[in-house]
Design a binder for this molecule. Structure first.
Ligand code: SAM
Ligand code: SF4
Length: 341
Protein backbone atom coordinates (compact mmCIF):
# COMPACT_ATOMS: atom_id res chain seq x y z
CA UNK A 1 0.00 0.00 0.00
CA UNK A 2 1.33 3.46 -0.85
CA UNK A 3 0.62 6.51 1.26
CA UNK A 4 -0.43 9.93 0.07
CA UNK A 5 3.13 11.08 0.41
CA UNK A 6 4.35 8.24 -1.76
CA UNK A 7 2.02 8.92 -4.64
CA UNK A 8 1.49 12.67 -4.97
CA UNK A 9 2.20 13.55 -8.58
CA UNK A 10 2.47 17.33 -8.23
CA UNK A 11 5.39 16.93 -5.84
CA UNK A 12 8.54 18.77 -6.91
CA UNK A 13 10.64 17.84 -3.89
CA UNK A 14 12.78 14.82 -3.10
CA UNK A 15 11.76 11.48 -4.63
CA UNK A 16 13.69 8.27 -4.11
CA UNK A 17 14.47 5.55 -6.64
CA UNK A 18 11.20 3.77 -5.80
CA UNK A 19 9.05 6.84 -6.39
CA UNK A 20 8.55 7.55 -2.69
CA UNK A 21 8.17 11.19 -1.77
CA UNK A 22 10.64 12.11 0.99
CA UNK A 23 9.19 14.92 3.08
CA UNK A 24 10.12 13.93 6.63
CA UNK A 25 13.52 14.46 8.27
CA UNK A 26 14.55 13.20 11.68
CA UNK A 27 17.60 14.85 13.15
CA UNK A 28 19.80 13.45 15.89
CA UNK A 29 21.06 16.47 17.84
CA UNK A 30 23.52 14.47 19.91
CA UNK A 31 24.50 10.85 20.53
CA UNK A 32 24.79 11.63 24.24
CA UNK A 33 22.16 10.69 26.75
CA UNK A 34 21.59 10.85 30.48
CA UNK A 35 20.03 7.34 30.33
CA UNK A 36 21.56 4.05 29.21
CA UNK A 37 18.50 2.06 28.16
CA UNK A 38 19.35 -1.61 27.97
CA UNK A 39 17.98 -2.06 24.43
CA UNK A 40 19.67 1.08 23.09
CA UNK A 41 23.27 1.21 24.34
CA UNK A 42 25.82 -0.44 26.60
CA UNK A 43 26.34 0.77 30.15
CA UNK A 44 29.90 1.91 29.40
CA UNK A 45 29.15 3.35 25.99
CA UNK A 46 31.80 5.64 24.52
CA UNK A 47 30.20 8.73 23.07
CA UNK A 48 31.55 10.43 19.99
CA UNK A 49 34.21 13.10 20.44
CA UNK A 50 32.41 16.44 20.64
CA UNK A 51 34.40 17.71 17.64
CA UNK A 52 32.79 15.06 15.42
CA UNK A 53 29.32 16.39 16.17
CA UNK A 54 27.90 19.21 14.04
CA UNK A 55 27.48 22.59 15.66
CA UNK A 56 23.91 23.81 16.05
CA UNK A 57 24.54 26.42 13.34
CA UNK A 58 25.62 23.65 10.99
CA UNK A 59 22.54 21.62 11.88
CA UNK A 60 20.31 24.59 11.23
CA UNK A 61 21.93 25.15 7.82
CA UNK A 62 21.68 21.49 6.83
CA UNK A 63 18.09 21.14 7.97
CA UNK A 64 17.18 24.34 6.16
CA UNK A 65 18.59 22.94 2.91
CA UNK A 66 16.29 19.93 3.34
CA UNK A 67 13.40 22.30 3.95
CA UNK A 68 14.31 24.11 0.73
CA UNK A 69 14.15 20.72 -0.99
CA UNK A 70 10.61 20.13 0.17
CA UNK A 71 10.88 18.49 3.61
CA UNK A 72 7.75 19.50 5.52
CA UNK A 73 8.08 17.65 8.81
CA UNK A 74 11.02 17.80 11.21
CA UNK A 75 11.58 15.63 14.25
CA UNK A 76 14.40 16.40 16.67
CA UNK A 77 15.76 13.36 18.44
CA UNK A 78 19.01 11.81 19.60
CA UNK A 79 20.53 10.60 21.97
CA UNK A 80 18.62 12.86 24.28
CA UNK A 81 17.85 16.02 22.30
CA UNK A 82 17.06 18.06 25.41
CA UNK A 83 20.53 17.22 26.77
CA UNK A 84 22.12 19.16 23.91
CA UNK A 85 23.39 22.51 25.16
CA UNK A 86 21.38 25.44 23.78
CA UNK A 87 18.85 23.11 22.17
CA UNK A 88 16.25 25.88 22.36
CA UNK A 89 18.48 28.12 20.25
CA UNK A 90 18.17 25.57 17.44
CA UNK A 91 14.43 25.09 17.94
CA UNK A 92 13.80 28.84 17.91
CA UNK A 93 15.93 29.18 14.79
CA UNK A 94 14.12 26.39 12.96
CA UNK A 95 10.75 27.79 13.98
CA UNK A 96 11.16 30.41 11.22
CA UNK A 97 10.25 27.60 8.81
CA UNK A 98 6.99 27.12 10.70
CA UNK A 99 6.27 30.82 10.56
CA UNK A 100 6.98 30.99 6.82
CA UNK A 101 4.77 27.95 6.21
CA UNK A 102 7.68 26.00 4.70
CA UNK A 103 7.25 23.20 7.25
CA UNK A 104 4.06 21.81 8.77
CA UNK A 105 5.53 20.78 12.09
CA UNK A 106 8.57 20.46 14.29
CA UNK A 107 8.31 17.64 16.80
CA UNK A 108 10.59 16.07 19.36
CA UNK A 109 11.30 12.59 20.69
CA UNK A 110 12.62 12.67 24.24
CA UNK A 111 13.10 10.49 27.28
CA UNK A 112 11.14 13.17 29.14
CA UNK A 113 13.59 13.60 32.00
CA UNK A 114 14.31 17.25 31.14
CA UNK A 115 10.92 18.07 29.70
CA UNK A 116 9.66 20.01 32.75
CA UNK A 117 12.40 22.52 32.08
CA UNK A 118 11.62 22.94 28.38
CA UNK A 119 7.91 22.26 27.85
CA UNK A 120 6.80 25.91 27.95
CA UNK A 121 9.65 27.05 25.70
CA UNK A 122 8.93 24.30 23.18
CA UNK A 123 5.29 25.32 23.00
CA UNK A 124 6.26 28.98 22.63
CA UNK A 125 8.60 28.04 19.77
CA UNK A 126 5.77 26.39 17.86
CA UNK A 127 6.32 22.73 18.77
CA UNK A 128 2.91 21.13 19.24
CA UNK A 129 3.64 17.42 19.63
CA UNK A 130 6.26 15.48 21.58
CA UNK A 131 6.88 11.75 21.89
CA UNK A 132 8.03 10.64 25.31
CA UNK A 133 9.67 7.25 25.74
CA UNK A 134 8.40 5.47 28.83
CA UNK A 135 8.52 1.68 29.02
CA UNK A 136 6.94 1.08 32.42
CA UNK A 137 5.30 2.84 35.36
CA UNK A 138 7.12 0.64 37.84
CA UNK A 139 9.95 2.76 39.35
CA UNK A 140 12.27 -0.21 39.94
CA UNK A 141 11.76 -1.62 36.45
CA UNK A 142 12.17 1.87 35.00
CA UNK A 143 15.48 2.18 36.82
CA UNK A 144 16.60 -1.23 35.62
CA UNK A 145 15.74 -0.42 31.99
CA UNK A 146 17.28 3.06 31.90
CA UNK A 147 20.06 2.11 34.34
CA UNK A 148 20.11 5.66 35.73
CA UNK A 149 16.78 7.37 35.20
CA UNK A 150 14.27 8.46 37.84
CA UNK A 151 10.68 7.90 36.77
CA UNK A 152 9.45 10.90 38.77
CA UNK A 153 11.36 13.22 36.42
CA UNK A 154 9.72 11.67 33.36
CA UNK A 155 6.23 11.75 34.86
CA UNK A 156 6.84 15.37 35.86
CA UNK A 157 7.96 16.08 32.30
CA UNK A 158 4.83 14.52 30.85
CA UNK A 159 2.56 16.52 33.13
CA UNK A 160 4.46 19.74 32.35
CA UNK A 161 4.15 19.07 28.62
CA UNK A 162 0.41 18.47 28.89
CA UNK A 163 -0.01 21.55 31.07
CA UNK A 164 1.87 23.61 28.48
CA UNK A 165 -0.61 22.44 25.84
CA UNK A 166 1.67 19.99 24.00
CA UNK A 167 0.15 16.84 22.56
CA UNK A 168 2.07 13.92 24.04
CA UNK A 169 2.44 10.39 22.70
CA UNK A 170 4.07 7.70 24.79
CA UNK A 171 6.45 5.23 23.11
CA UNK A 172 7.34 1.97 24.83
CA UNK A 173 9.66 -0.81 23.75
CA UNK A 174 7.99 -4.10 24.70
CA UNK A 175 10.48 -6.51 26.28
CA UNK A 176 10.05 -10.13 27.26
CA UNK A 177 10.52 -10.66 30.96
CA UNK A 178 11.11 -6.96 31.61
CA UNK A 179 7.99 -4.86 31.09
CA UNK A 180 5.62 -7.26 29.35
CA UNK A 181 3.25 -7.27 32.31
CA UNK A 182 3.39 -3.48 32.74
CA UNK A 183 1.98 -2.58 29.33
CA UNK A 184 -1.69 -2.68 30.27
CA UNK A 185 -1.12 -0.24 33.13
CA UNK A 186 0.94 1.95 30.83
CA UNK A 187 -1.91 2.00 28.31
CA UNK A 188 -4.47 2.93 30.98
CA UNK A 189 -2.16 5.69 32.22
CA UNK A 190 -1.62 7.08 28.71
CA UNK A 191 -5.25 6.89 27.66
CA UNK A 192 -6.37 8.31 31.01
CA UNK A 193 -4.44 11.47 30.16
CA UNK A 194 -5.59 11.56 26.53
CA UNK A 195 -2.24 10.34 25.15
CA UNK A 196 -1.69 7.74 22.44
CA UNK A 197 0.57 4.82 23.35
CA UNK A 198 2.79 3.21 20.72
CA UNK A 199 4.42 -0.12 21.43
CA UNK A 200 7.67 -0.94 19.61
CA UNK A 201 9.43 -4.25 19.00
CA UNK A 202 13.11 -4.35 19.95
CA UNK A 203 15.18 -3.67 16.82
CA UNK A 204 18.67 -5.04 16.14
CA UNK A 205 20.42 -1.68 15.99
CA UNK A 206 23.83 -1.11 17.57
CA UNK A 207 25.76 -3.05 20.18
CA UNK A 208 24.38 -3.45 23.68
CA UNK A 209 25.47 -5.45 26.73
CA UNK A 210 23.90 -8.86 26.30
CA UNK A 211 21.69 -10.35 23.64
CA UNK A 212 18.59 -8.58 22.31
CA UNK A 213 16.97 -11.85 21.38
CA UNK A 214 16.39 -12.39 25.13
CA UNK A 215 14.39 -9.14 25.16
CA UNK A 216 12.45 -9.68 21.97
CA UNK A 217 8.69 -9.87 22.40
CA UNK A 218 6.53 -10.03 19.28
CA UNK A 219 3.76 -7.46 19.50
CA UNK A 220 1.30 -9.99 18.10
CA UNK A 221 1.59 -11.64 21.51
CA UNK A 222 1.06 -8.37 23.38
CA UNK A 223 -1.93 -7.55 21.21
CA UNK A 224 -3.48 -10.95 21.85
CA UNK A 225 -3.05 -10.54 25.60
CA UNK A 226 -4.54 -7.05 25.64
CA UNK A 227 -7.34 -8.39 23.45
CA UNK A 228 -8.34 -10.70 26.32
CA UNK A 229 -9.34 -7.67 28.39
CA UNK A 230 -10.04 -4.94 25.86
CA UNK A 231 -11.79 -4.54 22.52
CA UNK A 232 -9.24 -3.44 19.94
CA UNK A 233 -10.81 -1.94 16.81
CA UNK A 234 -8.47 -1.49 13.84
CA UNK A 235 -8.32 2.06 12.55
CA UNK A 236 -6.75 3.28 9.34
CA UNK A 237 -4.60 6.30 10.04
CA UNK A 238 -2.77 7.77 7.09
CA UNK A 239 -0.45 9.84 9.29
CA UNK A 240 0.61 6.85 11.32
CA UNK A 241 3.96 6.19 9.60
CA UNK A 242 5.20 2.77 10.62
CA UNK A 243 2.53 2.38 13.33
CA UNK A 244 -0.62 0.35 12.90
CA UNK A 245 -3.26 1.74 15.19
CA UNK A 246 -6.23 0.33 17.05
CA UNK A 247 -8.85 2.19 19.07
CA UNK A 248 -9.35 0.63 22.48
CA UNK A 249 -13.11 0.68 22.94
CA UNK A 250 -13.06 0.67 26.74
CA UNK A 251 -10.63 3.62 27.06
CA UNK A 252 -11.40 5.48 23.83
CA UNK A 253 -7.62 5.86 23.34
CA UNK A 254 -5.36 4.90 20.45
CA UNK A 255 -2.80 2.16 20.68
CA UNK A 256 -0.09 1.82 18.02
CA UNK A 257 2.11 -1.12 17.12
CA UNK A 258 5.49 -0.72 15.42
CA UNK A 259 6.46 -4.17 14.27
CA UNK A 260 9.63 -4.04 12.18
CA UNK A 261 10.45 -7.66 12.87
CA UNK A 262 7.05 -9.25 12.39
CA UNK A 263 5.74 -6.94 9.60
CA UNK A 264 7.43 -4.70 7.08
CA UNK A 265 6.39 -1.07 6.86
CA UNK A 266 8.77 0.21 4.22
CA UNK A 267 6.55 0.61 1.14
CA UNK A 268 5.23 3.96 2.35
CA UNK A 269 8.46 5.20 3.95
CA UNK A 270 8.76 8.96 3.55
CA UNK A 271 11.66 9.68 5.86
CA UNK A 272 15.41 9.97 6.12
CA UNK A 273 17.58 10.70 9.11
CA UNK A 274 20.43 13.06 9.76
CA UNK A 275 22.97 11.83 12.27
CA UNK A 276 24.57 14.19 14.76
CA UNK A 277 27.79 13.97 12.71
CA UNK A 278 26.16 15.09 9.48
CA UNK A 279 25.68 11.71 7.84
CA UNK A 280 22.44 11.13 5.98
CA UNK A 281 21.01 7.76 7.05
CA UNK A 282 18.85 6.52 4.22
CA UNK A 283 17.20 3.75 6.24
CA UNK A 284 17.17 3.07 9.99
CA UNK A 285 17.53 -0.63 9.28
CA UNK A 286 20.58 -0.50 7.04
CA UNK A 287 24.03 0.95 7.52
CA UNK A 288 23.73 3.23 4.49
CA UNK A 289 25.12 6.64 5.20
CA UNK A 290 26.01 9.48 2.88
CA UNK A 291 28.37 12.12 4.20
CA UNK A 292 26.88 15.61 4.15
CA UNK A 293 29.43 17.14 6.51
CA UNK A 294 32.09 17.45 3.79
CA UNK A 295 29.84 19.27 1.28
CA UNK A 296 28.46 21.36 4.16
CA UNK A 297 31.94 22.53 5.10
CA UNK A 298 33.36 22.72 1.58
CA UNK A 299 31.61 25.93 0.62
CA UNK A 300 29.43 28.65 2.00
CA UNK A 301 26.82 28.20 -0.70
CA UNK A 302 24.39 25.29 -0.59
CA UNK A 303 24.66 23.97 -4.17
CA UNK A 304 27.08 21.17 -3.25
CA UNK A 305 24.81 20.11 -0.41
CA UNK A 306 21.68 20.13 -2.54
CA UNK A 307 23.40 17.98 -5.14
CA UNK A 308 24.74 15.54 -2.52
CA UNK A 309 21.28 15.21 -0.96
CA UNK A 310 19.55 14.68 -4.30
CA UNK A 311 22.13 12.04 -5.33
CA UNK A 312 21.76 10.29 -1.98
CA UNK A 313 17.97 10.16 -1.92
CA UNK A 314 17.74 8.19 -5.16
CA UNK A 315 19.85 5.49 -3.45
CA UNK A 316 17.43 5.05 -0.53
CA UNK A 317 16.97 1.29 -0.20
CA UNK A 318 13.56 -0.30 -0.60
CA UNK A 319 13.49 -1.46 2.99
CA UNK A 320 15.23 -2.65 6.10
CA UNK A 321 16.41 -6.20 6.39
CA UNK A 322 15.71 -6.80 10.07
CA UNK A 323 15.22 -10.47 10.77
CA UNK A 324 14.98 -12.30 14.06
CA UNK A 325 18.52 -13.70 13.74
CA UNK A 326 19.94 -10.17 13.69
CA UNK A 327 18.78 -9.57 17.25
CA UNK A 328 21.78 -11.51 18.51
CA UNK A 329 24.19 -10.10 15.92
CA UNK A 330 22.99 -6.70 14.70
CA UNK A 331 24.04 -5.93 11.14
CA UNK A 332 23.35 -2.27 11.84
CA UNK A 333 26.31 -1.24 13.96
CA UNK A 334 25.41 2.40 14.59
CA UNK A 335 23.32 2.85 17.72
CA UNK A 336 19.91 4.43 17.40
CA UNK A 337 21.22 7.29 19.55
CA UNK A 338 23.68 8.28 16.79
CA UNK A 339 21.31 7.77 13.88
CA UNK A 340 18.32 9.31 15.65
CA UNK A 341 15.49 7.01 16.72
N1 SAM B 1 16.38 9.68 23.94
C1 SAM B 1 15.16 9.89 23.29
C2 SAM B 1 14.12 8.86 23.69
O1 SAM B 1 14.48 7.89 24.35
O2 SAM B 1 12.97 9.06 23.33
C3 SAM B 1 15.26 9.94 21.78
C4 SAM B 1 16.16 8.96 21.12
S1 SAM B 1 15.72 7.25 21.30
C5 SAM B 1 16.97 6.49 20.36
C6 SAM B 1 14.26 7.16 20.30
C7 SAM B 1 13.40 5.94 20.48
O3 SAM B 1 14.13 4.82 20.06
C8 SAM B 1 12.96 5.66 21.89
O4 SAM B 1 11.55 5.54 21.91
C9 SAM B 1 13.59 4.34 22.23
O5 SAM B 1 12.79 3.59 23.07
C10 SAM B 1 13.76 3.72 20.87
N2 SAM B 1 14.82 2.71 20.75
C11 SAM B 1 16.13 2.84 21.02
N3 SAM B 1 16.80 1.71 20.72
C12 SAM B 1 15.88 0.85 20.25
C13 SAM B 1 15.93 -0.49 19.75
N4 SAM B 1 17.06 -1.15 19.68
N5 SAM B 1 14.78 -1.07 19.34
C14 SAM B 1 13.60 -0.40 19.38
N6 SAM B 1 13.49 0.86 19.82
C15 SAM B 1 14.61 1.48 20.26
FE1 SF4 C 1 18.89 7.51 25.78
FE2 SF4 C 1 16.69 7.34 24.31
FE3 SF4 C 1 18.68 5.55 24.02
FE4 SF4 C 1 17.23 5.51 26.24
S1 SF4 C 1 16.48 5.13 24.17
S2 SF4 C 1 19.50 5.42 26.12
S3 SF4 C 1 16.80 7.62 26.54
S4 SF4 C 1 18.78 7.67 23.54
Amino acid sequence: MQSDSATASAWTGLIDGFGRKIDYLRVSLTDRCNFRCVYCMGEDVTFLPKNDVLSLDEMDRLVSVFVGLGVRRLRLTGGEPLARKNVMGLVHGLSRHLQSGAVDEITLTTNGSLLSRYAGDLMAAGVRRVNVSLDTLNPATFRAITRRGAIADVLGGIHSALAAGLKVKINAVAMRGVNEHDLEALMLFAHGLGMDLTLIETMPIGAIDGDRSDLYLPLSEVRARLGDHFTLDDIADRMAGPSRYVRVRETGGRLGFVTPITHGFCAACNRVRLTCTGQLALCLGQDMFVDLKAPLRASEGDDLLRRAIGDAIVCKPMGHNFVLEHLSHPTVVHSMSVTGG
